[in-house]
Write a protein that binds this ligand. Structure first.
Ligand SMILES: [Zn+2]
Length: 261
């Protein structure tokens, strides 16, 4: 076969409309970014509205299998830890889930909530936080994620995005795979703050004080670098699912002062 050099045409002519070309390209990128952002915000709204239509009973039923998959080898909590949890969920206005608490044997200090009402803490966290109110604060923060249905909302958004991608012919399998590892729920900063506020109010309602409640947050903060990244390998797990900023701790302390007033 004979090699025929391609005609480069206008594309190779740098002298022609260079600036204009870049400008229109930049405009194109910007408008695509704006359209995508708007699309993402709309998806978020639809996901949040749809989640509110789901009953707690359905959520528990849908995610009943999750415990078996994510919590392989998990242990029952000690009676002391279970008692703290029971006290938090007793006669409060929490969503009517079937709340369950598990302990995972893992040296990484971590805690997370799974849709349907399951809260999990690691042995690493229990080693780090030994006071009752310190542990109660971690548990009630996780209850905050369940109360606000953060896990379900995140999942709903991913599903809608996957449907949208499929509709325009894009492959969404990587996205679904990524969002399906429920145990590694990564929440947004605003979701973390929402759960902090919820947790703090629950602590105050149950204990009449918030003193000592930030034990875990302060310990973790000491172990984190200026930029929020972990200085010690052991806290990476928690830092990944719960980015803790200076702001977050300051907010918690400010809210505590207001509550105690
Ligand atoms: Zn959290």
């Amino acid at each position: 076969m004979k090699f025929v050099p391609r005609q480069l045409g206008d594309a190779a002519d740098n002298s022609k409309g260079g600036k204009e070309g870049w400008r229109s390209r930049l405009k194109g990128i910007l408008s695509a970014a704006i359209i995508l952002s708007i699309f993402y915000v709309i998806l978020g709204f639809i996901a949040d509205i749809s989640v509110n239509l789901v009953s707690e009973e359905s959520e528990s039923e849908w995610f009943a299998w999750v415990d078996d998959v994510v919590l392989v080898g998990a242990q029952e909590p000690s009676p002391e830890l279970q008692a703290i949890f029971d006290q938090l969920i007793a006669d409060s206005d929490l969503r009517p889930f079937e709340y369950r608490l598990f302990v995972l044997v893992d040296p990484m200090p971590n805690a997370f909530a799974l849709p349907g009402g399951t809260v999990t803490v690691t042995t690493g966290l229990l080693d780090l936080v030994e006071t009752e109110i310190g542990r109660a604060m971690v548990l009630s923060h996780e209850l905050g994620h369940l109360e606000h249905r953060h896990g379900l909302k995140r999942l709903g958004r991913s599903l809608l995005l996957a449907v949208g991608m499929s509709m325009v012919g894009l492959d969404s399998s990587a996205l679904l795979k990524q969002s399906s590892f429920l145990a590694e729920m990564k929440h947004s900063r605003s979701q973390e703050e929402e759960s902090d506020t919820f947790g703090l109010n629950l602590i105050y309602a149950k204990y009449g004080t918030t003193e000592g409640a930030f034990e875990f947050f302060e310990d973790i903060h000491l172990l984190e670098g200026e930029d929020g990244t972990s200085l010690v390998e052991g806290v990476q797990s928690w830092a990944h699912t719960h980015p803790l900023t200076e702001n977050r701790l300051t907010n918690l302390r400010r809210q505590a002062v207001e509550l105690e007033r």
